[in-house]
Design a protein around this ligand. Sequence first.
Ligand SMILES: Cc1cc2nc3c(=O)[nH]c(=O)nc-3n(C[C@H](O)[C@H](O)[C@H](O)COP(=O)(O)OP(=O)(O)OC[C@H]3O[C@@H](n4cnc5c(N)ncnc54)[C@H](O)[C@@H]3O)c2cc1C
Length: 450
Amino acid sequence: MSPADLAALRGSLAGAVIAPADSGYDVARRCYNALIDRRPAAIARCFNDEDVAAAFAFAREYGLEVAVRGGGHNPSGHCVCDDGLVIDLTLMRRVEVDAERRIARSQGGATWLDFDTATQAAGLATPGGVVGTTGVAGLTFGGGIGHLTAQHGLTCDNLLAAEVVTPAGDVVRAGPDGDEELLWGLRGGGGNFGVATRLEFRLHPVDRVLGGRLTYVGDEVGEALRVYRDVAVAASDEFSCSALMATDDELRPVLLVFPCYTGAETEPEELRALRSAPGLAVDGVQAQSFVQQQHLINPPYGDERSYWKGHFVRELPDDLIDALLARIRTLRLPAGQVLIESLHGAPKRVDPGGAAAGFRSAAFNLSAMGGWLDPSYDEEGIQWTRDTAAAMAPWSSSGGGYINYMQADEPIERVRAAFGDEKFQRLQALKARYDPHNVLRRNQNIPPLD
Ligand SMILES: Cc1cc2nc3c(=O)[nH]c(=O)nc-3n(C[C@H](O)[C@H](O)[C@H](O)COP(=O)(O)OP(=O)(O)OC[C@H]3O[C@@H](n4cnc5c(N)ncnc54)[C@H](O)[C@@H]3O)c2cc1C
């Protein structure tokens, strides 16, 4: 892009433009997944709706591919593209809280750290992601699973309204006082319809929780995972609980369990059962603030090379637990994990017709997550992840995966299966209305209906 073209883009924005010759370029093009190394022609740091519309117009005029960046966490690296224009929302991170009406209004580039900081000041929360640097909008549009899922549903179930700038530059309101179909699509259908500059969420009173981490180590990890499974499927709506199977540095199996209990008891029966499971090495569960709970998992940004793949499953039978443990035992480095997210509780009670998210009937979301530092391990790490996901496949509830965790090489059939044919077609019709030329295709894509 010529200096004159860049000057034109700079002149059309209230925000900033970062080009390859600028000093912040390498930081600004970096995303969470260090496997992704792309060099956009320019990064438009938008400041408001008008900037987003101007960036779309510029991309159209110059025939540039568009990528949209929120928190930069999507493992596919869709937030950055070679030679194209990045619509970067990192200047738009304000979160306002209406404590009386229990509503939060978040700008389109806010992270969960921004969101929780603002809402917890009023003793309120919405079920969000478990890592503070993840983008609020990106996570919500893919569904959203976290420490309050059993209590209050998927993140997208708590999205009340949004304002979206379409690729044509129009500002559209999604919600009961705007386009209700667009709100339905944003609740799980991904970043396919426009750039959201404002999102409104329902908030819930959440102060202290009984939470933290239980660590099980060694040969009894399989048995501990069976106890976790039994606890999760029978748990009350006040007890969210996810688990992570991995290895320690000596390649012994490790199971981490992350309960988050919001009820009144000092030791609910679910926690008692988990505490008595074999192999418990460290009991880090205590009464703590929800903010502390949200800081339990704090991986460094942009260091790891990540490759993820998984399946929603209707159940977690012993055979599947054995298969997962066998996969963990094949690791040659501590470079892989299996995340087990329970979907019990509120996600099952929400009107399934209210959101595009198509996976709430599953019992668990299972994800093989390869993560390593050494580039020479790329091939092995990717293969380990694929083989581990293949071991889950016989129990898959739909054949589809969680779009928030999908790599860019997933075929469209996996995206379609994540929603089911009927919802996918409905999303395609919505896409045809708001993005008929598929400008927003660098995502878990829903092509417009012809
Ligand atoms: C360390 C880590 C922890 C995670 N934890 C969780 C978790 O606890 N729960 C969970 O459900 N998921 C989790 N995820 C997955 C995460 O929710 C998705 O990858 C999500 O897409 C990330 O959004 P982002 O804005 O950070 O990423 P980006 O890569 O910036 O954006 C991803 C995509 O979202 C869309 N998008 C982002 N912002 C906007 C916007 N304002 N308007 C329109 N489209 C937009 C775009 O299509 C973009 O390509 C995690 C991922 C990582 C790497």
